[in-house]
Design a protein around this ligand. Structure first.
Ligand SMILES: [Zn+2]
Length: 65
């Protein structure tokens, strides 16, 4: 499977929306684990990189450098 290119502060859509009903997540930390923050309720979750790549559907907004 091809690795999707994602970067810090990109807004992504996951395969499953957050229970609050929003499916827009901002990447706020990248390392061994990825921290994403829900754009709807500001709740953030830490996901292992491999799991994040599996669960991310697409990049919605690419952060401008
Ligand atoms: Zn939420």
């Amino acid at each position: 499977m091809e690795e999707k290119e994602f970067g810090l502060y990109d807004v992504v859509e996951m395969k499953k929306p957050h229970p609050c009903g929003t499916n827009r997540w901002k990447i706020i930390r990248i390392g061994m684990d990825i921290r994403i923050k829900c754009e709807g309720c500001a709740h953030s979750v830490l996901i292992p990189r491999k799991k994040f790549i599996r669960k991310m559907k697409k990049i919605l907004v690419k952060h401008e450098e």
